[in-house]
Design a protein around this ligand. Structure first.
Ligand code: FE
Ligand code: FE
Ligand code: FE
Length: 165
């Protein structure tokens, strides 16, 4: 018979999923910064790269709370989302639409992270892991803020530029 799986197992597995994803995102952000055309978008990617390092440390804090070692588990979703981002970088290189495409890729990443952190935070509360929930919530807020900053950047300039060319 299959071993009983619990909410705690789900929490731990999902934590490994987002840990893997964050480490991939950490590597992808400098590439996105290099690819970006506008100075503002480069700055946004740079800022989020620094935040991502802190987010990885927060996740290590959550593993500590669980008494588990920090280890990732392949996240097929982030592999796919980042592969689509690579495609945009290649196919739109040198065009006026590149930055709009990069923002759309980055927002796909943020939205994936928001679902993960939203779920993990709720499960942490359910499991009575208040300190873990606090760490997860800090990151959730950063991801949401990043998403809305990117929307503002797209609305303020990038989309019009892509359209005008
Ligand atoms: Fe993140
Ligand atoms: Fe995943
Ligand atoms: Fe993020």
């Amino acid at each position: 018979m299959a071993k009983e799986k619990t909410l705690e197992d789900l929490f731990h597995d999902t934590l490994k999923d987002i840990y893997y994803a964050e480490k991939k995102i950490l590597k992808a952000l400098p590439k996105m910064k290099r690819a970006a055309d506008s100075a503002e978008l480069k700055a946004a990617f740079e800022k989020h790269h620094i935040q991502t390092q802190e987010q990885i440390e927060r996740l290590q804090g959550v593993f500590d709370i669980l008494g588990k070692s920090a280890r990732g588990k392949t996240c097929d979703a982030i592999e796919g989302i980042l592969a689509e981002g690579e495609e945009i970088m290649e196919e739109y290189k040198g065009t006026a639409a590149l930055d709009a495409g990069l923002i759309s890729s980055a927002q796909a990443v943020e939205h994936y992270e928001i679902t993960r952190y939203g779920t993990l935070k709720r499960w942490a509360l359910e499991l009575g892991l208040k300190d873990a929930a606090k760490l997860l919530d800090e990151t959730l807020k950063e991801e949401s803020q990043t998403d809305s900053d990117l929307t503002k950047l797209a609305d303020a300039s990038v989309n019009q530029k892509a359209k005008a060319a």
